[in-house]
Design a protein around this ligand. Sequence first.
Ligand code: S3P
Length: 178
Amino acid sequence: MSPDRVILIGFMGSGKSTVGRILADRLGWELADTDALIEERAGAPIPRIFREQGEPAFRAMESQVLAAVADRRRSVIATGGGAPAHPPNRTFFTRGDAVFHLRVSLKAARERTGENADRPLLAQDPESVRRLYQGRQSVYEELGQSVDTDGKTPDDVADEVMRLLRNPRRNYSPEGNV
Ligand code: S3P
């Protein structure tokens, strides 16, 4: 069964939005970038949402946006790095869609995200970021088929996702995931 949706998960800096754009273009599908949709709804950039309303308010908006895009067909959905780790969102990731974990080492994630100005959770001290990273890896691995991104271009990563879509290791159907 071919999937109606491709969902990308992974830590900040794994390339979800960039690879999502490439995949959507190649498939001729829509791209739903949940961070961008949250900013649109809130009328504010993510750092301001965190600063003025706090992370719980951001997570609530994120869950609402996931619910809003959950039934879109022919869509690539690039999700924020924390979405799979937030338990209320679990069913979104386990409904049988094609979920890919863009795996990135912490070192490469730090290099790619640079100064972190638009990612409040990367502005914490390095040890807290390391703990956040480590705590999330098992969730990403469980929910998605992993594709390595270190040392690869977004086009390389998109190639690998397309290859996996053509030769699925999982059955993309409601009972197919985890
Ligand atoms: C977050 C990741 C960000 C964004 C927010 C929180 C996280 O998205 O949703 O800053 O908890 O990891 P990206 O993974 O697209 O950077």
